[in-house]
Design a protein around this ligand. Structure first.
Ligand SMILES: CC(C)(COP(=O)(O)OP(=O)(O)OC[C@H]1O[C@@H](n2cnc3c(N)ncnc32)[C@H](O)[C@@H]1OP(=O)(O)O)[C@@H](O)C(=O)NCCC(=O)NCCS
Length: 201
Protein backbone atom coordinates (compact mmCIF):
# COMPACT_ATOMS: atom_id res chain seq x y z
CA UNK A 1 0.00 0.00 0.00
CA UNK A 2 1.22 3.52 -0.85
CA UNK A 3 2.22 5.84 1.99
CA UNK A 4 0.37 9.16 2.29
CA UNK A 5 2.03 12.39 1.17
CA UNK A 6 3.19 13.32 4.66
CA UNK A 7 5.33 10.18 4.98
CA UNK A 8 5.20 7.42 7.56
CA UNK A 9 5.10 7.70 11.33
CA UNK A 10 5.64 4.87 13.79
CA UNK A 11 3.34 5.08 16.78
CA UNK A 12 5.34 4.46 19.93
CA UNK A 13 8.92 4.76 21.13
CA UNK A 14 9.45 1.40 22.85
CA UNK A 15 11.63 -1.51 21.74
CA UNK A 16 9.48 -2.66 18.83
CA UNK A 17 9.10 0.90 17.53
CA UNK A 18 12.87 1.41 17.62
CA UNK A 19 13.48 -1.87 15.79
CA UNK A 20 10.99 -0.85 13.11
CA UNK A 21 12.56 2.60 12.81
CA UNK A 22 16.01 1.13 12.28
CA UNK A 23 14.95 -1.67 9.90
CA UNK A 24 12.77 0.50 7.72
CA UNK A 25 15.11 3.47 8.03
CA UNK A 26 15.15 7.03 6.92
CA UNK A 27 12.13 9.19 6.84
CA UNK A 28 10.29 7.32 9.57
CA UNK A 29 9.64 9.17 12.77
CA UNK A 30 8.25 7.93 16.05
CA UNK A 31 5.51 9.49 18.11
CA UNK A 32 5.17 9.57 21.86
CA UNK A 33 1.90 8.79 23.61
CA UNK A 34 -0.46 11.74 23.41
CA UNK A 35 1.42 13.53 20.62
CA UNK A 36 -0.79 14.76 17.79
CA UNK A 37 -0.70 12.70 14.62
CA UNK A 38 -0.71 14.89 11.50
CA UNK A 39 -3.60 14.08 9.14
CA UNK A 40 -1.39 13.54 6.07
CA UNK A 41 0.82 10.76 7.41
CA UNK A 42 0.50 6.99 7.17
CA UNK A 43 0.98 4.94 10.32
CA UNK A 44 2.77 1.83 11.57
CA UNK A 45 1.95 0.26 14.93
CA UNK A 46 5.14 0.38 16.99
CA UNK A 47 4.17 -1.99 19.78
CA UNK A 48 3.53 -5.71 20.31
CA UNK A 49 0.81 -5.38 22.92
CA UNK A 50 -2.43 -6.67 21.41
CA UNK A 51 -4.81 -4.38 23.26
CA UNK A 52 -2.90 -1.22 22.36
CA UNK A 53 -2.73 -2.31 18.72
CA UNK A 54 -6.48 -3.00 18.60
CA UNK A 55 -7.26 0.32 20.27
CA UNK A 56 -5.05 2.39 17.97
CA UNK A 57 -6.40 0.79 14.81
CA UNK A 58 -9.92 1.53 16.02
CA UNK A 59 -8.92 5.10 16.92
CA UNK A 60 -7.13 6.00 13.66
CA UNK A 61 -9.00 3.72 11.24
CA UNK A 62 -7.78 0.74 9.20
CA UNK A 63 -6.94 2.85 6.17
CA UNK A 64 -4.23 4.88 7.89
CA UNK A 65 -1.88 1.92 8.32
CA UNK A 66 0.71 0.76 5.77
CA UNK A 67 2.68 -2.43 5.11
CA UNK A 68 6.14 -2.84 6.64
CA UNK A 69 7.74 -5.69 4.68
CA UNK A 70 11.51 -5.89 4.95
CA UNK A 71 13.60 -6.52 1.85
CA UNK A 72 15.44 -9.44 3.49
CA UNK A 73 12.22 -11.42 4.05
CA UNK A 74 11.71 -14.34 1.67
CA UNK A 75 8.06 -14.47 0.69
CA UNK A 76 6.56 -17.08 -1.63
CA UNK A 77 4.77 -15.70 -4.67
CA UNK A 78 1.72 -17.69 -3.64
CA UNK A 79 1.58 -16.29 -0.08
CA UNK A 80 -1.15 -13.75 0.64
CA UNK A 81 -1.64 -11.17 3.39
CA UNK A 82 -4.15 -8.59 4.51
CA UNK A 83 -3.76 -5.00 5.65
CA UNK A 84 -0.60 -3.54 7.15
CA UNK A 85 1.52 -6.62 7.90
CA UNK A 86 4.86 -6.26 9.66
CA UNK A 87 7.19 -8.78 8.09
CA UNK A 88 10.53 -8.22 9.70
CA UNK A 89 14.19 -8.91 8.88
CA UNK A 90 15.12 -12.44 7.79
CA UNK A 91 11.64 -13.98 7.95
CA UNK A 92 10.41 -16.72 5.63
CA UNK A 93 6.80 -16.94 4.47
CA UNK A 94 6.37 -20.16 2.54
CA UNK A 95 4.18 -21.38 -0.29
CA UNK A 96 0.47 -20.91 0.14
CA UNK A 97 0.69 -19.19 3.54
CA UNK A 98 -2.19 -16.84 4.36
CA UNK A 99 -1.80 -13.91 6.75
CA UNK A 100 -4.73 -11.80 7.96
CA UNK A 101 -4.73 -8.08 8.79
CA UNK A 102 -2.15 -6.45 11.11
CA UNK A 103 -0.10 -9.61 11.56
CA UNK A 104 3.44 -9.22 12.96
CA UNK A 105 6.00 -11.80 11.84
CA UNK A 106 8.99 -10.81 13.93
CA UNK A 107 12.71 -11.12 13.18
CA UNK A 108 13.78 -14.47 11.73
CA UNK A 109 10.41 -16.20 12.21
CA UNK A 110 9.23 -18.81 9.71
CA UNK A 111 5.71 -19.42 8.49
CA UNK A 112 5.76 -22.73 6.66
CA UNK A 113 3.65 -23.80 3.70
CA UNK A 114 -0.12 -23.39 3.80
CA UNK A 115 -0.24 -21.99 7.34
CA UNK A 116 -3.07 -19.62 8.17
CA UNK A 117 -2.30 -16.72 10.51
CA UNK A 118 -5.28 -14.71 11.77
CA UNK A 119 -5.77 -10.95 12.18
CA UNK A 120 -3.57 -9.26 14.80
CA UNK A 121 -1.64 -12.46 15.50
CA UNK A 122 1.93 -11.96 16.71
CA UNK A 123 4.67 -14.41 15.71
CA UNK A 124 7.74 -13.84 17.93
CA UNK A 125 11.38 -13.69 16.83
CA UNK A 126 12.71 -17.01 15.56
CA UNK A 127 9.38 -18.83 16.02
CA UNK A 128 8.62 -21.59 13.55
CA UNK A 129 5.05 -22.33 12.49
CA UNK A 130 5.17 -25.62 10.61
CA UNK A 131 3.11 -26.66 7.59
CA UNK A 132 -0.67 -26.19 7.57
CA UNK A 133 -0.79 -25.01 11.18
CA UNK A 134 -3.39 -22.39 12.06
CA UNK A 135 -2.72 -19.47 14.40
CA UNK A 136 -6.09 -17.89 15.02
CA UNK A 137 -6.68 -14.18 15.34
CA UNK A 138 -5.07 -12.26 18.21
CA UNK A 139 -2.93 -15.21 19.30
CA UNK A 140 0.63 -14.60 20.52
CA UNK A 141 3.52 -16.96 19.73
CA UNK A 142 6.62 -16.30 21.86
CA UNK A 143 10.18 -16.12 20.57
CA UNK A 144 11.72 -19.39 19.31
CA UNK A 145 8.52 -21.36 19.89
CA UNK A 146 7.69 -24.16 17.47
CA UNK A 147 4.17 -25.11 16.42
CA UNK A 148 4.03 -28.59 14.89
CA UNK A 149 2.27 -29.14 11.53
CA UNK A 150 -1.52 -28.84 11.36
CA UNK A 151 -1.91 -27.78 15.00
CA UNK A 152 -4.42 -25.05 15.80
CA UNK A 153 -3.60 -22.22 18.18
CA UNK A 154 -6.94 -20.79 19.30
CA UNK A 155 -7.97 -17.17 19.25
CA UNK A 156 -6.06 -15.02 21.75
CA UNK A 157 -4.02 -17.96 23.04
CA UNK A 158 -0.44 -17.35 24.24
CA UNK A 159 2.43 -19.71 23.48
CA UNK A 160 5.45 -19.11 25.74
CA UNK A 161 8.94 -18.46 24.41
CA UNK A 162 10.68 -21.67 23.38
CA UNK A 163 7.57 -23.84 23.71
CA UNK A 164 7.05 -26.80 21.41
CA UNK A 165 3.35 -27.10 20.64
CA UNK A 166 2.41 -30.71 19.93
CA UNK A 167 -1.36 -30.44 20.54
CA UNK A 168 -4.02 -27.89 19.63
CA UNK A 169 -4.26 -24.96 22.06
CA UNK A 170 -7.74 -23.80 23.09
CA UNK A 171 -8.69 -20.13 22.65
CA UNK A 172 -7.35 -17.80 25.35
CA UNK A 173 -5.15 -20.42 27.00
CA UNK A 174 -1.45 -19.86 27.83
CA UNK A 175 0.88 -22.79 27.19
CA UNK A 176 4.60 -23.17 27.77
CA UNK A 177 7.36 -25.78 27.79
CA UNK A 178 8.23 -28.84 25.72
CA UNK A 179 5.81 -30.44 25.07
CA UNK A 180 3.76 -27.30 25.66
CA UNK A 181 1.14 -27.61 28.36
CA UNK A 182 -1.38 -25.19 29.82
CA UNK A 183 -0.29 -23.01 32.65
CA UNK A 184 -2.03 -24.14 35.81
CA UNK A 185 -1.57 -24.60 39.52
CA UNK A 186 -1.59 -28.27 40.35
CA UNK A 187 -3.12 -29.21 43.66
CA UNK A 188 -2.32 -32.71 44.77
CA UNK A 189 -4.61 -34.30 47.35
CA UNK A 190 -2.22 -36.01 49.71
CA UNK A 191 -4.99 -36.89 52.14
CA UNK A 192 -2.99 -34.97 54.78
CA UNK A 193 -5.92 -32.94 56.14
CA UNK A 194 -8.12 -35.97 56.51
CA UNK A 195 -5.41 -37.89 58.33
CA UNK A 196 -4.78 -34.95 60.69
CA UNK A 197 -8.49 -34.33 61.28
CA UNK A 198 -8.26 -30.78 59.82
CA UNK A 199 -11.41 -29.17 58.48
CA UNK A 200 -11.50 -28.35 54.78
CA UNK A 201 -11.37 -24.59 54.29
C1 LIG B 1 4.58 -17.62 28.82
C2 LIG B 1 4.64 -16.16 29.27
C3 LIG B 1 3.65 -15.33 28.47
C4 LIG B 1 4.23 -16.14 30.75
O1 LIG B 1 4.41 -14.85 31.24
P1 LIG B 1 4.05 -14.50 32.76
O2 LIG B 1 2.63 -14.78 32.97
O3 LIG B 1 4.52 -13.12 33.04
O4 LIG B 1 4.91 -15.60 33.54
P2 LIG B 1 6.00 -15.40 34.69
O5 LIG B 1 7.21 -14.70 34.16
O6 LIG B 1 5.29 -14.84 35.87
O7 LIG B 1 6.41 -16.90 34.98
C5 LIG B 1 5.54 -17.82 35.60
C6 LIG B 1 6.24 -19.17 35.69
O8 LIG B 1 6.34 -19.75 34.38
C7 LIG B 1 7.72 -19.96 34.02
N1 LIG B 1 7.87 -19.56 32.62
C8 LIG B 1 7.64 -18.33 32.12
N2 LIG B 1 7.82 -18.34 30.80
C9 LIG B 1 8.16 -19.58 30.46
C10 LIG B 1 8.47 -20.20 29.24
N3 LIG B 1 8.43 -19.51 28.09
N4 LIG B 1 8.76 -21.51 29.23
C11 LIG B 1 8.78 -22.23 30.39
N5 LIG B 1 8.48 -21.69 31.60
C12 LIG B 1 8.18 -20.38 31.62
C13 LIG B 1 8.53 -19.08 34.98
O9 LIG B 1 9.80 -19.61 35.17
C14 LIG B 1 7.66 -19.11 36.20
O10 LIG B 1 7.88 -20.34 36.87
P3 LIG B 1 7.86 -20.43 38.47
O11 LIG B 1 6.46 -20.05 38.87
O12 LIG B 1 8.18 -21.86 38.73
O13 LIG B 1 8.89 -19.44 38.94
C15 LIG B 1 6.04 -15.53 29.09
O14 LIG B 1 6.94 -15.99 30.05
C16 LIG B 1 6.63 -15.75 27.72
O15 LIG B 1 7.24 -16.78 27.40
N6 LIG B 1 6.42 -14.71 26.87
C17 LIG B 1 6.91 -14.66 25.54
C18 LIG B 1 7.86 -13.47 25.40
C19 LIG B 1 8.28 -13.30 23.98
O16 LIG B 1 8.73 -14.21 23.33
N7 LIG B 1 8.14 -12.09 23.50
C20 LIG B 1 8.53 -11.71 22.17
C21 LIG B 1 9.13 -10.34 22.30
S1 LIG B 1 9.73 -9.75 20.79
Amino acid sequence: MEAATGGVVILGRGGHARVLAECFAVGYSMLDKGEDVPADVSLILGMEDLHTRLRLVKEYGYDRFVDAIHGTAWISRSARWGRAPQIMVGTIIQTGARLGDFVIVNTGAQIDHDCVIGDFAFIGPGAVILGEAVVEKEAFIGGNATVLPKRIIGRGAIVGAGAVVTKDVAPGVTVMGNPAGPRCVTWIDTGYDEKMGNETR
